[in-house]
Design a protein around this ligand. Structure first.
Ligand SMILES: Nc1ncnc2c1ncn2[C@@H]1O[C@H](COP(=O)(O)OP(=O)(O)O)[C@@H](O)[C@H]1O
Ligand SMILES: [Mg+2]
Length: 301
């Protein structure tokens, strides 16, 4: 097959591993910077170009779109979809997963546990919002943050109110969320491929920071999921419509609570720590699904 990895970082571990595995399995594979792709749109002829060359004979794409380029990146993926090219993450699911509110709405509807979340904009009912989220301390997140930037722990009602007011003034959409204190500083990332968890790690903040993102200095270790956690990760992937993704969860007294579903989760730490071959699972998924009829997105929101 002719496989294209859409990534801005050719030297990035995940892209390199996927390329190496695909090549070893006999595929033609390239890493293409989607930000440098350009597209023509005219009746019945959607084309994509890169460095003066038309990408017309691609069988499958693996999108690894950066948060900061969601709009352009997902448009490139959509253009491949318009050509009938198989993708491991549909453009609509990528966009969906980048919006925390939309994701929480869908997760909750599909019966996936999430931290209780309040969403508001021009309210002056700060106290009520804080109460609804379980009272201080609360977590306040911007709707489109990533890597832990844009997530605040407001320890007191006063601090929570001040943060909300600041966001209102700047017209930033945000969520107020119950603080999962039981496992603060720790979360679990499960890598799901085609309805199965293929690797799972626990990430632990090394400082007193409540955020466990590796970008914030968190470290990973292997973890065995409970059957309930495994079911939750699989269901979360389905709720967002991403057959290949990284599901972040926290262990709480109420069971697993999903924080987010990542469409281009890094496979580096999961592979290096668990010694599982995630890249091969992804390429095998493509081999099983790219030919024949492609599954439609049925999430509905
Ligand atoms: N409700 C919460 N309670 C406790 N800790 C949280 C909560 N939400 C997020 N965190 C911590 O903050 C980190 C970042 O939050 P997340 O929603 O995943 O945002 P981002 O998209 O920036 O990674 C999580 O990995 C977790 O460690
Ligand atoms: Mg996160």
């Amino acid at each position: 097959m002719n496989i294209v990895i859409l990534s801005k970082g050719p030297g990035n571990y995940s892209s390199k591993r996927l390329k190496e595995v695909a090549r070893a399995r006999g595929h033609d594979v390239r890493i293409i910077n989607y930000a440098k792709c350009y597209m023509t749109i005219e009746k019945s002829n959607p084309m994509i170009y890169y460095n003066g060359e038309s990408l017309h004979d691609v069988d499958a794409v693996i999108p690894r779109i950066a948060q900061s380029l969601t709009k352009y990146g997902s448009s490139v993926v959509r253009q491949f979809e318009m050509r009938g090219v198989f993708t491991t993450a549909s453009s609509i699911a990528i966009v969906r997963s980048r919006d925390k509110l939309r994701s929480y709405q869908l997760l909750a509807k599909y019966g996936v546990g999430v931290p209780k979340t309040v969403f508001a904009r021009e309210t002056s009912e700060f106290d009520e919002v804080i109460e609804m989220a379980g009272g201080a301390p609360v977590i306040i997140k911007v709707a489109r943050g990533t890597h832990g930037n844009g997530v605040v722990l407001a320890e007191t009602r006063k601090a929570a109110k001040a943060v909300m007011q600041a966001f209102f003034v700047e017209s930033v959409n945000f969520l107020v969320q119950e603080y999962v204190e039981e496992s603060a500083g720790t979360d679990i990332r499960a890598i799901v491929v085609g309805g199965r968890v293929v690797a799972s790690i626990k990430r632990q903040s090394l400082t007193d920071d409540f955020r466990s993102n590796t970008h914030q200095g968190g470290i990973g270790s292997a973890v065995k999921l409970t059957p309930e956690e495994e079911k939750t990760a699989i269901r979360a992937a389905k709720a967002i419509g991403l057959p290949i993704c990284g599901v972040d969860m926290m262990r709480s007294s109420k069971g697993p609570l999903v924080l987010e579903v990542n469409s281009s989760a890094s496979i580096k730490t999961p592979e290096l720590i668990t010694k599982r071959d995630v890249a091969t699972k992804i390429i095998e998924y493509i081999e099983r699904n790219a030919k024949g009829k492609h599954k439609k997105d049925r999430v509905g929101a």
